[in-house]
Write a protein that binds this ligand. Structure first.
Ligand code: ADP
Length: 262
């Protein structure tokens, strides 16, 4: 599980990196290509040597563009495939996986809220996120401890939204992974979401776990919060937007904006 997890994290990071680079690179290639096009027209009058060099450059640009297309195709494999999702059912299905990941000396308990709303998210990515959080929790409890996963329906009103930058008012399903381990000092908590930030020794930590969780939550229209203090344990809570099932959607009002999909 350790290795599979590390591999998944690396693949995700590589996918994000190549996707980002390939996209920007493609834009720059387009600039080079159109400049070559213009140069070619200027020399159309008959400078054969110049036209030959321009042709070579265009050939290179074309091959580079084909390469970036392949890189983009690779990185798109990691795209989110969201759907209506029961977080309780997902957490319930992870019991064996979590027991494995946590090892013998961590007690695991799930506190799943009754009548939990559906959310709209990619089930595989959420499973990955919860597993990342559980492994972090285990690492913070080297001498054993207690891990709890809690789900809840949360309504964020305007006042709460104003007090929580990045959290829009609305209905959310939350899933929290809570440990009673070492906790984080403020300077670690402040950097914890940064890709490649880790306090673990080389080979143990990639620094990608929490950045995956963060990226997933943001892309799903949600948010992640860390509550942690040295010696007081850590709670990492993912907020995912409620998915309003078709039957529950309010009647469309002629004046207002269309209801949000999720
Ligand atoms: P990694 O686990 O590979 O170090 P993460 O991005 O998942 O990468 O975590 C970054 C850092 O945040 C960790 O190295 C650790 O210092 C801190 N951290 C994350 N989760 C916890 C936790 N549950 N308890 C204490 N510290 C944590």
């Amino acid at each position: 599980i350790e290795d599979a997890l590390r591999q998944a994290q690396k693949m995700e990071a590589v996918g994000q990196l190549t996707g980002g680079i390939a996209h920007d690179f493609n834009n720059m290639l387009a600039v080079v290509n159109s400049a070559l096009e213009l140069l070619g027209r200027r020399f159309a009058a008959g400078d054969d040597k110049a036209l030959h060099y321009i042709g070579m450059a265009k050939g290179g640009v074309k091959r580079a563009a084909q390469l970036t297309q392949r890189l983009l195709a690779f990185s798109r494999q990691q795209a989110l495939k969201p759907g209506a999702l029961s977080v309780n059912r997902l957490v319930g299905s992870m019991t064996d996986l979590l027991a494995h990941a946590l090892g013998g000396n961590v007690r695991y308990e799930a506190r799943l809220s009754e009548d939990l709303w559906l959310t709209w998210a990619d089930a595989n990515q959420l499973e990955n996120a919860i597993l990342n959080l559980a492994v972090n929790a285990r690492d913070a409890m080297p001498d054993g401890g207690h891990l709890r996963i809690e789900t809840a329906n949360v309504q964020v009103d305007a006042a709460k939204a104003a007090a929580n930058p990045g959290l829009a008012a609305g209905d959310y399903v939350t899933v929290a992974v809570i440990d009673d381990g070492a906790g984080m000092p403020p300077e670690v908590a402040a950097k914890a979401f940064e890709p490649f930030f880790t306090t673990k020794e080389v080979g143990r930590g990639t620094g990608l776990g929490l950045s995956q969780v963060y990226g997933f939550a943001r892309q799903s229209g949600g948010l992640v919060r860390i509550d942690s203090a040295p010696g007081a344990g850590t709670a990492v809570r993912i907020y995912l937007p409620r998915h309003a099932a078709q039957a529950e959607l309010p009647a469309p009002s002629p004046a207002g904006p269309a209801p949000r999909r999720a």
